[in-house]
Design a protein around this ligand. Sequence first.
Ligand SMILES: Cc1cc2nc3c(=O)[nH]c(=O)nc-3n(C[C@H](O)[C@H](O)[C@H](O)COP(=O)(O)OP(=O)(O)OC[C@H]3O[C@@H](n4cnc5c(N)ncnc54)[C@H](O)[C@@H]3O)c2cc1C
Ligand SMILES: *[C@@H]1O[C@H](CO)[C@@H](O)[C@H](O)[C@H]1NC(C)=O
Ligand SMILES: *[C@@H]1O[C@H](CO)[C@@H](O)[C@H](O)[C@H]1NC(C)=O
Ligand SMILES: *[C@@H]1O[C@H](CO)[C@@H](O)[C@H](O)[C@H]1NC(C)=O
Ligand SMILES: *[C@@H]1O[C@H](CO)[C@@H](O)[C@H](O)[C@H]1NC(C)=O
Ligand SMILES: *[C@@H]1O[C@H](CO)[C@@H](O)[C@H](O)[C@H]1NC(C)=O
Ligand SMILES: *[C@@H]1O[C@H](CO)[C@@H](O)[C@H](O)[C@H]1NC(C)=O
Ligand SMILES: *[C@@H]1O[C@H](CO)[C@@H](O)[C@H](O)[C@H]1NC(C)=O
Ligand SMILES: *[C@@H]1O[C@H](CO)[C@@H](O)[C@H](O)[C@H]1NC(C)=O
Ligand SMILES: *[C@@H]1O[C@H](CO)[C@@H](O)[C@H](O)[C@H]1NC(C)=O
Ligand SMILES: *[C@@H]1O[C@H](CO)[C@@H](O)[C@H](O)[C@H]1NC(C)=O
Length: 598
Amino acid sequence: MLVSDLASVLLRLSVVAVCNAAVYDSFSSLPTTNYDFVIVGGGTAGNVLANRLTEDPKISVLVLEAGGTNSNAFQLDVPLFSLNLKFQYDWNFTTTIQPGLSNRSTFMPRGFVLGGSSSVNGMFYTRGSADDYDRFAAVTGDAGWSWDNLQPYLAKNEKWEPPADRQNTTGQFNPAVHSTTGINAVTLSGFPQSIDPMVFKAVDELGGIFHFNEDYNSGKPLGFGWLQHTITTQGRRSSSATSYLASQFISRTNLDVLLHARVSRILPSSSQTSSSGFAFRIVEFAQDLDGPLLQVEASKEVILSAGVFGSPHILLNSGIGDSRELSDVGIKPLVDLPSVGKNLSDQPAVFNTFFTNSTRTNDDILRNATLLNQVYTEFNKTGMGPLVTTGGNQISFYRVSENLTDRFGDPSSGKDSPHLEMVPGNGFFGTPPPTGHYFQLGTVVVSPASRGSVTINSTNPFDPPLIDPAYLTSPFDIAAMREAEHIMFQYASAPVWDGYILSPFGALENITASSPDDVLDEFIRNNVGSSAHPVGTAAMSAKNADYGVVDPDLRVKGVDGLRIIDASVFPFVTSGHTQAPTYAIAERAAALVQAAWV
Ligand SMILES: Cc1cc2nc3c(=O)[nH]c(=O)nc-3n(C[C@H](O)[C@H](O)[C@H](O)COP(=O)(O)OP(=O)(O)OC[C@H]3O[C@@H](n4cnc5c(N)ncnc54)[C@H](O)[C@@H]3O)c2cc1C
Ligand SMILES: *[C@@H]1O[C@H](CO)[C@@H](O)[C@H](O)[C@H]1NC(C)=O
Ligand SMILES: *[C@@H]1O[C@H](CO)[C@@H](O)[C@H](O)[C@H]1NC(C)=O
Ligand SMILES: *[C@@H]1O[C@H](CO)[C@@H](O)[C@H](O)[C@H]1NC(C)=O
Ligand SMILES: *[C@@H]1O[C@H](CO)[C@@H](O)[C@H](O)[C@H]1NC(C)=O
Ligand SMILES: *[C@@H]1O[C@H](CO)[C@@H](O)[C@H](O)[C@H]1NC(C)=O
Ligand SMILES: *[C@@H]1O[C@H](CO)[C@@H](O)[C@H](O)[C@H]1NC(C)=O
Ligand SMILES: *[C@@H]1O[C@H](CO)[C@@H](O)[C@H](O)[C@H]1NC(C)=O
Ligand SMILES: *[C@@H]1O[C@H](CO)[C@@H](O)[C@H](O)[C@H]1NC(C)=O
Ligand SMILES: *[C@@H]1O[C@H](CO)[C@@H](O)[C@H](O)[C@H]1NC(C)=O
Ligand SMILES: *[C@@H]1O[C@H](CO)[C@@H](O)[C@H](O)[C@H]1NC(C)=O
């Protein structure tokens, strides 16, 4: 090897070492066990906090993440691979038996890797409606959570970029409602799907509830629009790990991240007990689940960002929850907070699949190794090609009929807010069958009324929690999903799909547009799964409310030194996918924490 080559290798190695200096695999290498802030969970929200709080070089932050690094997990970078779930990077949760789903239990994905669910999600960027946030403000009594007042925080998160193929995007979005100065990349599709022209032709042919919406992220999502997603102009996934922990941030000397650190409990620090009750500033965790329990301490605050299951699970393990329920399990109650783990809300989803006559779908890419190698080589070289999308380039939102809201009440946040979502996909979702080409119309109830819970049945903090989303237990939700299936069939009946859509695939064979309600219901209950958007298990509520887990400033009620900042705090699910709202909440929360410690 030439000396100059050796020198350049050494130089590169040292740069890598410097960039990763703050990411540790082992507790024994941590420089200290005392930090100003300890953040539990290096996920979507947690990494926003890690980034913002360390803007001040005097503030020290430790992030404890149960999963491993994202930096050698190359498949997570490739948008199209998000169609296949990655168990290696998942918590592998399943729900309890669901009476609303014909007594099935169903998979509940959650990211188990730095970046959390933002490292494994479908990358859809949907803010929800303005009404959603105005309802947050109304129920919490804090105008800071309103749509208008959250705009600066949406802007601090979003970094709008040109799509990978640099196509002309005029008319596909409204630049006035986007920010180019944030941290997390958002872009339009960087690769056309063969179905793109047909998708909008069908909208024109049908009219009515099917109408074009130039930008569904304007606060008014109803209609059919071009999908925006958290993908970079290089065609790569933009997660909280790749963006908020990018090398210029993770290299800050006041930021440490410890991987493979599974938090069991937070403990009261007796020396810091205040008049308002317990102060919880000690964090207990393990690196080896059969090994010793370790501790670190925060001098200012512990921030739980362990997600919609992790955060309530840790609270319950710590004796913060419904005192009677905790005693029944054998856990000593310390703080009676009956709402912990309650009001879990998730959106039920169905993948409706048809055979298509086209061969220009994504199916071959995901099942033909030769073809995959070709497009993956192109992706690696140019950041372009079919791997830079998530398999579909549009999204659409609808309200249910007034008949339905008259009968069951309206769980949505307002008249401009959808109850239903429908997403076209140019191929099978998941690993496609060995043969056949597919067209997909996913349907989701984005404003569900059902509420479930997260509970524990064990004193072992490393046993999984019991996750009960109570899918389709509210009469609104099953009726709404029925309407979603009707909308789906109506859309599929547009003339443009003649000859393109051949026949229903799999379970969809069992229903048609004219199936009676009980047949539709059976199909729905047999086929609904999670949309992967659970929220609400540590909900914020007004300061004087008799329910809720955190105050509007996200401090745990009746406790010192502890906040929850993640998707657990949504008081209602926003009427779309949940990462953009999680980022916005985390950005505002970071500002609230900073303001409290100036
Ligand atoms: C498969 C999938 C697809 C999705 N698709 C989309 C989409 O296309 N668009 C969209 O907007 N939203 C999508 N979502 C939802 C969205 O990603 C989540 O709502 C959002 O990321 C939640 O952020 P969070 O910070 O609350 O939790 P997370 O990002 O999940 O972060 C929680 C972190 O805490 C860690 N953790 C948990 N427990 C512990 C513990 N005890 N100790 C230490 N660390 C712990 C976890 O490992 C994780 O890193 C999807 C989610 C999934 C899982
Ligand atoms: C989930 O299962 C996969 C293997 O199927 C494993 O690699 C991963 O560690 C599991 N996740 C957790 C949190 O145990
Ligand atoms: C679900 O289980 C309950 C309780 O075991 C039972 O009463 C009910 O009939 C079951 N429902 C279905 C659809 O199997
Ligand atoms: C982009 O498309 C718009 C609308 O189709 C057109 O008016 C504009 O000239 C195009 N811009 C470029 C640079 O081609
Ligand atoms: C669930 O949320 C509703 C508001 O949507 C609230 O009235 C109720 O008290 C909450 N329940 C619990 C147990 O927190
Ligand atoms: C698919 O389309 C081709 C070309 O239009 C036609 O010849 C063929 O019969 C079609 N196949 C089916 C199954 O409809
Ligand atoms: C797989 O893809 C390659 C490259 O496009 C192609 O030549 C081959 O015929 C395909 N194999 C199958 C079984 O379709
Ligand atoms: C693309 O790059 C990734 C990351 O370096 C590598 O793991 C993968 O094998 C590459 N794929 C091809 C087809 O070159
Ligand atoms: C409303 O729904 C009920 C129950 O499905 C149905 O009987 C009734 O005809 C509907 N009314 C209208 C106006 O659609
Ligand atoms: C807790 O629930 C799980 C899942 O239902 C079950 O496997 C386990 O046996 C239960 N543990 C106890 C102690 O009841
Ligand atoms: C059609 O429904 C029946 C009854 O629920 C079920 O057994 C069957 O598996 C379904 N067909 C398909 C293709 O899923």
